[in-house]
Write a protein that binds this ligand. Structure first.
Ligand SMILES: CC(C)(COP(=O)(O)OP(=O)(O)OC[C@H]1O[C@@H](n2cnc3c(N)ncnc32)[C@H](O)[C@@H]1OP(=O)(O)O)[C@@H](O)C(=O)NCCC(=O)NCCS
Length: 197
């Protein structure tokens, strides 16, 4: 298990499946990343179990540091050992847990896992153009826009544009080097504005 400051990211346990089943049947959330298709509990469980045996996929459960209940998950798929690449997706299951920094921290941990344990060089994703919160979360952890697909999907009565994004292991190295240089040269830091009297 990987431990952050707000969340942990790690393996699934059987108690997670009911929550996964509820989220799989959440029509509103489905509209954020595809067309809705109802799933029964048996299918959800067998899908999670199949991932565990599939070397091209990893699913990670997200939990709060203070509570073992699952709050979301990350799905790394299309892992290619040849091209050292994969695709990633994330869902924080309930609206009350969104916008609190959990998604960005879980993504950061998952990306480190991709670089340090799966030895990947590139992680890509697709996101609906109007999913501003997801795009902000992806940008916050280092994903950059690579392109835009116009109207590839028809969801809930409207055509949807899709943004392609990717993060690279070498960019993390560059970011870490920049941070190390700032840490070593505090004078490079932008001075905080003086507090109002
Ligand atoms: C997308 C998702 C994973 C993001 O996780 P989150 O925990 O809600 O997001 P965070 O709180 O970590 O916020 C990440 C960034 O989004 C910004 N943000 C938060 N709420 C926002 C909103 N309503 N609109 C725009 N940006 C928002 C935050 O300010 C932060 O950016 P910053 O680091 O530059 O300040 C989560 O909202 C989710 O699962 N949504 C439903 C499913 C979904 O959309 N999945 C993605 C499909 S591609």
């Amino acid at each position: 298990m990987f431990i952050g400051t707000k969340v942990t990211v790690g393996a699934f346990v059987p108690d997670d499946y009911v929550a996964m089943y509820c989220w799989a049947n959440d029509v509103v959330a489905a509209r954020l990343d595809g067309a809705f298709r109802p799933a029964n509990l048996k299918d959800v469980v067998s899908q999670c179990e199949a991932v565990a045996k599939d070397p091209s996929r990893v699913m990670l459960a997200i939990r709060l540091l203070t509570d073992p209940k699952i709050i979301g998950y990350i799905h790394i798929q299309n892992i290619s050992a040849v091209h050292r690449s994969a695709d990633i997706g994330i869902r924080i299951g309930e609206e009350k847990n969104r916008g609190l920094g959990y998604g960005a921290e879980a993504l950061r941990i998952a990306l480190d896992y991709c670089w340090d344990h799966l030895n990947l060089e590139r992680v890509g994703l697709v996101v609906f153009r109007d999913n501003a919160r997801a795009i902000s979360a992806y940008r916050a952890v280092g994903f950059k826009k690579e392109g835009l697909l116009k109207r590839p999907l028809y969801v809930d009565g409207r055509w949807v544009d899709v943004v392609l994004m990717a993060a690279f292991r070498r960019s993390r190295r560059a970011r870490s080097a920049r941070q190390a240089s700032i840490d070593a040269n505090p004078s490079c830091r932008i001075a905080a504005p003086a507090a109002a009297a």
